[in-house]
Design a protein around this ligand. Structure first.
Ligand SMILES: *Cc1c(COP(=O)(O)O)cnc(C)c1O
Length: 315
């Protein structure tokens, strides 16, 4: 197997991120709930994309890219963090975002304005149109460019969360369950593969906040990451448990998700967001109420960030 250290990586994050127990939530749910503060990864407003970008932008740099393209919804946290990372590394980011969502200068779009980023909106529902547009713009610019897929979710990006599981193992507490939001798949895939490698007794859950075929997407990303790592361990659908928490749809707040945002703020003084972490935490609450966790279990919620969107979306 190749070691994670053998992959080029740029330092963007302030790692390891803290883990701490959520006392009020643990009491409420009758189990031991901890949070890993990946909302404090140290770039921009923090968030899970920083870990993926450490691998992706190192690859971009190695390939001589001057321009980095990425995409997402209008309020994509990933796109904003890619722009922030590009600034730090002296590269130029061009964001071609779906017009769907809040395009005014609010939330992440405001932050991109502060970052001085070239942001364009494209009226399409198909990311392929956007990837084609990246090639068109890139060729017109005539400089080496690099395309990062939506959410930074390819196999290379997923290594960020393989690495995160090793970090969790090294932080000392044994977790029976690790949960996070799943929006494009790379985080869950990395966590599931990381658990297989470093914490084989830990169960990984992806709380789906969109309605794609994540069973397949997650497995494919894991397989791709296994190839990069040159390991022949077998990936199966038992490596992760998925739960549909999308509610009325991607980036449309749900009642349960909003209630979870409120509970976290009231009990712990922490902020979740209505698009990802609120819905994911609502999934954790639902699982606890269904009896999925024992009293002595240790449950780790990955706070994947999302603060930027909090100020753009009406809850
Ligand atoms: C992108 C994102 C996620 C989902 O991670 P994926 O790797 O895309 O599945 C979760 N939370 C926040 C705040 C995000 O921005």
């Amino acid at each position: 197997m190749r070691e994670l250290e053998q992959f080029p990586r740029v330092k963007l994050g302030v790692l390891p991120t803290p883990i701490h127990r959520l006392e009020g939530i643990s009491e409420m749910l009758g189990t031991n709930v901890y949070v890993k503060r990946d909302d404090l990864t140290g770039l921009g407003l923090g968030g899970n994309k920083v870990r993926k970008l450490e691998f992706l932008l190192a690859d971009a740099r190695e390939k001589g890219a001057e321009v980095v393209f990425t995409t997402g919804g209008a309020q994509s946290n990933h796109a904003m963090l890619t722009a922030a990372a590009a600034n730090k590394l002296g590269m130029k980011a061009i964001l071609i975002l779906k017009k769907r969502g809040v395009t005014e200068r609010k939330g992440n779009v405001l932050l991109e304005h502060l970052l001085g980023t070239d942001v364009r909106f494209m009226d399409t529902d198909d990311y392929q149109d956007i990837y084609d547009e990246m090639d068109r713009v890139g060729q017109e610019l005539g400089v080496p460019y690099y395309k990062i897929p939506v959410g930074g979710s390819n196999s290379l990006g997923s290594l960020g969360y393989v690495s995160c599981v090793r970090e969790i193992r090294d932080q000392g507490i044994r977790f029976d369950h690790i949960l996070s939001a799943e929006g494009s798949g790379g985080t869950t895939a990395g966590l599931a593969l990381g658990a297989k490698l470093y914490l084989p007794d830990t169960k990984v859950y992806g709380m789906m906040v969109d309605t794609e075929d994540f069973a397949t997407i997650t497995a494919d990303l894991m397989k791709g990451a296994c190839e990069l790592l040159e390991t022949d361990i077998e990936v199966t659908r038992e490596d992760y448990t998925l739960r549909n928490m999308a509610g009325p749809g991607y980036a449309i707040p749900s009642e349960e998700g909003n209630a979870a945002v409120q509970i976290m703020a009231e009990k712990e003084g922490l902020f979740l967001d209505p698009v990802y972490t609120g819905k994911a935490f609502a999934g954790l609450i639902a699982l606890a109420r269904e009896g999925a966790f024992k009293k002595d279990d240790n449950v780790l919620f990955i706070h994947t960030g999302g603060a930027g969107g909090l100020f753009a979306i009406d809850m």
